[in-house]
Design a protein around this ligand. Structure first.
Ligand code: FE2
Ligand code: FE2
Length: 163
């Protein structure tokens, strides 16, 4: 049996799929901004809640599983420090969005700024962190994919139960 390890889906490809999904949700939100439809506020609220849930789970699996392993395996740990600071800023904004009392212009602004933060953060992961993680020796990213997927499922179930 031949192995095709390079092309195999790994932890980074799982995380990047999350990045693409949340990007789509931000775009869908942006399309609703300025809509005069009576249903727009309810749709925006639902989307914003979904975005917050996705990002909460995503940042948690990175912080619990991916980041510590990468921190062990690569030399440039400043990349990891910055990523963790960026997560903290994003979480602050997520908490503001989740605690908002009305869907007004400020709410739209918060979702928009969160989208911009995440765009910036994702670019660094995709262009800097993931290539370094993939090049690192002794990091089994293919096995880690399973671990991330299992933890993600667990957290999603917890959150939908709590909602
Ligand atoms: Fe990420
Ligand atoms: Fe991240």
């Amino acid at each position: 049996m031949t192995t095709t390890k390079r092309a195999e889906p790994d932890a980074c490809s799982l995380l990047d799929t999350d990045h693409k999904n949340v990007k789509k949700m931000f775009s869908a939100y942006e399309e609703l901004v300025g809509s005069k439809a009576a249903s727009a506020p309810a749709k925006k609220l639902e989307l914003a809640q979904q975005i917050c849930m996705e990002l909460t789970v995503h940042t948690q699996i990175e912080e619990e599983i991916f980041y510590p392993a990468v921190r062990e395996a690569i030399k440039e740990t400043d990349l990891l420090d910055e990523a963790e600071v960026e997560h903290a800023s994003a979480k602050d904004l997520i908490a503001q969005i989740q605690g908002a009392e009305k869907i007004d212009d400020m709410f739209d602004a918060k979702v928009k700024v969160l989208g911009e933060y995440i765009d910036h953060h994702v670019k660094e992961e995709r262009n800097e962190m993931f290539p370094k993680a993939r090049a690192a020796k002794g990091l089994d990213l293919v096995a880690m994919r399973e671990q991330l997927a299992a933890r993600k499922e667990e957290l999603m179930a917890e959150m939908t139960e709590a909602a």
